[in-house]
Write a protein of this length. Sequence first.
Length: 334
Amino acid sequence: MLCATFAGSALAQNSIPSPTLDAVRARGQLVCGINTGVAGFALPDSRGVWQGLDVEMCRGLAVAIFNDVSKVRFVPLSSSTRFTALGAGEVDVLFRTSTQTMLRDTTLGLRHVTTYFYDGHGFMVRAAAGVTHARDMNGATICLLQGTTNEQVTADYFRSINVPFQPVIFERGDQAQAALLAGRCDAYGTDASSLAAMRSTMPTPADWTVLPERFSKEPYSAYIRRGDDNWFDIVRWYTTAVIEAEEQGLTRANVEQMRTSSTNPNTRRLLGVTPELAQSIKLDPAWAFNVIRTVGNYGEIYNRTMGPDTPVGLPRGPNNIWTQGGLLYALPMR
């Protein structure tokens, strides 16, 4: 009797409509909030086409829903406007270098979903300045972005060591970069991946040094509006699937062959040979197969957007999968 009750509850939960998914399908397009411009995460190329890890995560989600990588519209949002835009329904989801914090999760009417990138706050300075540690920046003028966790992290750090500094606040990263190049700031404080990205786009990258210290935990997640459990499930398990694909060794090159030949029950579930995963989140049985075939697994996405062979050149580090010494760990998809 108890099992029947649980089964009935699960079926009832699965039948609850998703306003966001329904709107996306009716529109025929996913609307994804991204950064206004950070190399490796979201930046237009020479043809004006958005490229980067966050962009690819948006494209993959469109594939999961429509099996069509083109059915996504990108909305660049500043740090200070991103959550307001999401809450107002201007975008369906944020993949926008957004740290998961308790207050963001509990006070904004939003939910963060699951970690897809690990980072930490750092500082970049002119190499000629001879600064080797952040505590050496006594009285420094530091560029920061409005509406980011980096404002508070920087203030907390300098307060904790009783060293004065002067913040200069900007809305966008390109404004901070221009101020840094013009000498208006002695340093720039933000997440280390964004520092590496900015350094790669400087006229002479060797003129700039990213200090080795990290002063915070900055786990990035997609954000959605509260109150739509099915949409939460879709974004959460889509993100998990691209990590799980790397754990299983599934790639764009081999996923079709693996779908027909693998006898591994986990692989068969993930790729939709057996349909229960898709049924639980109201997607096509082949949703994860389509994603991997189109955009690849997490490692493939990372390597082509910000890996060692790209201008950003950021090693995997904590963003490697757990079996390779990193922090990425896919929850069981069963």
